[in-house]
Design a protein. Structure first.
Length: 135
């Protein structure tokens, strides 16, 4: 989504961006927030878009950026009260997208879940698809 496409949209919807390392709690927090807010909240998960829908790499130029931008615009155009965007959203890949989104959106709630690598490894081991032991 370009800056121009984002500028014409009304700014009633609130944007919440939750970023952080794997196993930091961002997906759990985003799901709980959506559950509390109910049907007025749209949850967009980077993992779902990139891995499950697109099967795309997490590299510069990933098509996940365009799809997430379209989903954000779609949710805003349909009057969702809150749009929650969550994922690792590493700066080297998603930085420009996030800057453009924030600039076009205005005030937003942006949180970074900063946990130690040891915590990331420990939490990841509880997942069905743990990265420990996979090549």
């Amino acid at each position: 989504m370009t800056k121009t496409e984002l500028k014409g949209v009304e700014r009633v919807t609130k944007l919440v961006v939750l970023r952080g390392n794997s196993g930091s709690g961002k997906t759990t927090t985003a799901r709980q927030l959506q559950r509390v807010l109910g049907p007025t909240a749209l949850l967009i998960s980077q993992d779902v878009v990139r891995r499950k829908i697109l099967h795309a790499p997490d590299t510069v130029g990933t098509p996940a950026i365009a799809v997430m931008a379209e989903l954000v615009a779609w949710g805003r155009a349909r009057g969702f009260a809150v749009i929650i965007l969550e994922g690792i959203l590493k700066r080297s890949v998603y930085g420009e997208f996030l800057r453009d989104l924030k600039q076009a959106w205005g005030p937003a709630i942006i949180g970074y879940f900063d946990v130690t690598f040891a915590t990331t490894v420990k939490r990841n081991q509880t997942k069905a698809r743990s990265f420990i032991g996979h090549s």
